[in-house]
Write a protein of this length. Structure first.
Length: 375
């Protein structure tokens, strides 16, 4: 009787195979061959599985940066969001306070300037700004000597006859020029008048040639800087007058005459319309003979008669605005009183409107009143 055997042929046989020579049984090859095929198939499948497990796979080529993991900080490690501080208003630094001006300047009328008497130990000169024409500065000197030390060198440069126009005189030359004309430092001029352009040129020449200036001239330089008189195209003027009693010739009448005369120069320097009007008066209204006689007279006073602007400026000041016989009469230039009255009336009718015209009108009214009282 045949013994049962395990269905799992992959493990082992529990009974020996029947002999090949036994009749009537299944041939042995028929049994063994299928078993061998199953074993070989099993071994092949196992070997293939083993090879898949042990053979290294080809690495996938990819950018390194794409394969790296970006570390993420844990939530607890994130810094806390701090709110931005509120803006703090920072005040700008305080602006520096400019120093007080060295020179105190009062706006004043002609009458106020005329009436002014400096206080004891007050700075000399007193400085005024002429109220009807603020472009005119007025220096009121208690001392004729101080006035001369401040302004005589400018007079020598700008309008005195026989002196250089391209440089300043040194102290020795200036003293010689003053004495050569029969004057002193105090009497070289009783009143001065200069345009801003002339004063700018004066100090430019002083700088160019390193001229040693007087203490008074240095004071003038600081005053003009304070008032911005050296600004380009500035139409400014400076005049000066002496106080009553500065010397025996400076009476109240003389002071008033000098002031009015010099203020007319200030208008000429600062009012282009008036400057043009005076030029027409000089070149058209006056005759050639009258101009010649005026030149000769002004030359005796020390003016350079070759300077046409100086001639026409002085002509208007003497003919129209100088009434004291101590300083001017028409006879000094060979002119009759009737001709002077005719010139004054015509001048008044056609001159530009303003304070100077009003002033001349008052003078003419007073003259007519005086003429009516004394036929």
């Amino acid at each position: 009787m045949r013994q049962p055997f395990d269905d799992d042929l992959t493990v082992r046989l529990t009974k020996p195979l029947p002999s090949r020579g036994r009749r009537g049984g299944v041939p042995i090859w028929a049994i063994v061959t299928p078993l061998l095929i199953l074993v070989v198939a099993a071994l092949g499948a196992g070997g293939w599985w083993f090879l898949l497990r042990t053979t290294p796979t080809k690495p996938v080529t990819a950018p390194v940066a794409a394969l790296q993991r970006v570390p993420v900080a844990p939530e607890a490690a994130k810094p806390e969001t701090v709110p931005a501080p509120a803006p703090v208003a920072v005040a700008p630094p305080p602006m520096p306070v400019p120093p007080p001006p060295e020179f105190t300047i009062e706006d004043a009328s002609e009458q106020r300037i005329l009436d002014h008497v400096p206080a004891e130990a007050a700075p000399d000169p007193t400085v005024f700004r002429f109220k009807p024409n603020p472009r005119v500065l007025v220096l009121d000197f208690a001392s004729l000597r101080d006035q001369g030390h401040m302004l005589n060198r400018t007079a020598a440069l700008v309008e005195k006859t026989g002196l250089p126009r391209d440089r300043l005189l040194n102290d020795t030359e200036l003293d010689s020029a003053i004495r050569g004309g029969g004057d002193t430092a105090e009497t070289y001029y009783y009143g001065h008048d200069y345009s801003g352009a002339a004063l700018t040129r004066f100090f430019a020449l002083a700088d160019r040639d390193s001229v040693h200036l007087s203490v008074e001239e240095e004071t003038l330089h600081r005053l003009l800087r304070q008032e911005d008189l050296f600004a380009p195209n500035a139409q400014e003027a400076l005049i000066s007058i002496p106080q009553v009693g500065a010397d025996p010739h400076v009476t109240r009448v003389a002071r008033a005459t000098i002031l009015h005369h010099e203020l007319s120069h200030g208008e000429y320097f600062t009012n282009p319309a008036y400057t043009a009007f005076v030029h027409r008066f000089w070149t058209v209204t006056l005759t050639s003979a009258e101009r010649d006689r005026i030149r000769r007279h002004l030359r005796t006073l020390g003016y350079d008669a070759g300077l046409e602007d100086v001639m026409e400026n002085e002509a208007q000041a003497y003919l129209m605005f100088t009434d004291s016989p101590e300083f001017f009469t028409p006879e000094m230039i060979g002119m009759g009183k009737s001709r002077l009255a005719e010139l004054r009336n015509g001048f008044y009718r056609t001159m530009p409107a303003g304070w100077l015209r009003d002033s001349l009108g008052q003078t003419l009214t007073l003259s007519k009143t005086a003429a009516g009282a004394h036929p």
